[in-house]
Design a protein around this ligand. Sequence first.
Ligand SMILES: NC(=O)c1ccc[n+]([C@@H]2O[C@H](COP(=O)([O-])OP(=O)(O)OC[C@H]3O[C@@H](n4cnc5c(N)ncnc54)[C@H](O)[C@@H]3O)[C@@H](O)[C@H]2O)c1
Length: 426
Amino acid sequence: MKVTVIGTGFVGVVSAAVYASFGNQVIGLDIDENKIKLLEKGQVPFYEPDLQELLLEQQAKGKLRFTTSYQEAINEAEIIIIAVGTPSASDGTADLKYVLASAESLAPYLKENAIVVIKSTVPPGTLEKVISVIKEKISTKFYGASLPEFLREGSAVFDTLNPDRIVIGAEDDFVFTKLEELHKTLKAPVVHCKVASAQMAKYTANSYLATRITFINEVANLCEKNGADIEEVIKAIGYDKRIGQHYWYPGLGYGGSCFPKDVKELAAYSRTVGESGNLLNRVDEINKDRIFRLLKKFAEESGGFKDKTIAILGLSFKPNTDDMREAPSTKIIPFLSDKKAKVRSYDPMAKYNPLATDNHQQFSSIEEACENADIIMAVVEWPEIISFDFSKVKNNKKQTFIDCRNQFNPERVKNWQYQYLGIGKR
Ligand SMILES: NC(=O)c1ccc[n+]([C@@H]2O[C@H](COP(=O)([O-])OP(=O)(O)OC[C@H]3O[C@@H](n4cnc5c(N)ncnc54)[C@H](O)[C@@H]3O)[C@@H](O)[C@H]2O)c1
C-alpha cells in the first residue's frame, strides 16, 4: 500500500519505518526542512533504540523516503497518517493547530477514496473538524479514521512491532478492512470501535497510568511517615490479581511529552463537556508539586543544598531516550541552582540546554559528574547508572546518595559509606 505519514517526530519516524518494513511504500512528510534533510541522509534526529538501523534498511530497500512537499507526499497516497504534535494550549485543551494545518495542506492533493487517519492524540470531535477543513477545499470522496498510538519512547520500535492491541476507530467497513490490512503482519488483537471510543481509549490509558503513578507516590509519602517500605507494600498488594505487580513506579512523579499533557487535556476536555475533571485536575496538581516537595525533604535530610556540589545522574525523562520534555532534570537543575548549589550532570544521551541562571555543567562520564560531590542524585534508571559501582567515586566527605527511582539496595549504598535516601522508605 502507499502510505504517507505527516509529522516526522518520535511517532512519525517510527511508524513510517515500521510500515515500510511491512512492505508498504512509505513517505514521511514534515515542514521542518532540517529534520527532513537529516532523515533523507538516513539520520534519525533523536535517539531511539533500533530506529537508525530500521530506517537505513528501509531506505536502502527503496521502501521509505522523506519530503517536505505535500503534493509529492499526498498525490498517490492511499492512507495518510497524521502524526503531528498536539501540545496543550494555555487552558489545558489540546492545541489542534498542527493537526488542522496538515488537513488544510493535504486537502488539494487528496486522491479518490484515500483514508485520512489521525494518529496524534486528540479529543473526540477532532476527526469531524479535520473532515470539514478538507471538505471546504475539495469535493473528492475520502474517508476518515482514528488510529491512536500507544508506543513508549525508549522502546518505540519494539512496541510498534509488538503492540498490546491496535485500536481502529472508524465508521466504514472499507476503512476497517484497509487499516486492518496495514497491520496484518502484527499478531495483536484489533479493536474496531467508534472514532470517539478510539480517541477516549488513548487519553484514558495515559491518564490511568499517570493516576496509578500518582496514587503510589501518595502511598510512598505515608510510608515515609510511619516506617513502612513502599517496595514491600507494592509486593504485598501486587499478589492481588486485580492489582498486579506491574507498573508501580514510586519516584519524582511522571514526566515526558505525553502523561502531563494528556492528563491536562482530558481534564480540560471534561470541562468543555460540562464535567468537572476533578480527579485529573488533582492528579495534575499533585504531580506538579511532587518534585519540589521531595527536593525540600531531601534538602532537610541531607543538611541543605546551599553551596553543595550535587551530581545529577540522568537528564532525559526516562532511560533509553534523549527526550527531555518535562524531564525531572529540567526542574531539579534550576531549583538547585537557585539554592546556590553547584550542579554537575551526566546522561548517556540527553544534552541539557542550561538556562542563563543555571550553575550547571554537564560531563561525559559518571566519574566526572560525581567528582567532589556532596550529594549524588540517581534521577533516571539508565542501565549504566544503576549498575555503576559508586564505591569508586566515594570521597572523604560525608556524602548523601539519593535514589530517586528506588533502584539501589539501601544496604549496599550504606556499605559504600553514603547516607542513603530513597522514596517511600526510611
Ligand atoms: N512521543 C510519544 O511517546 C507519543 C506516544 C504516543 C502518542 N503520541 C502522540 O503523537 C503525536 C506526535 O507526538 P511526537 O512526540 O511524535 O511529536 P513531535 O513533536 O516529536 O513531532 C511532531 C512533528 O510534526 C511536525 N509538524 C508540525 N506541523 C506540521 C505540519 N503542518 N505538517 C507536517 N509536519 C508538521 C513537526 O515539525 C514535528 O517534526 C502527539 O499527538 C502525541 O501526543 C506521542
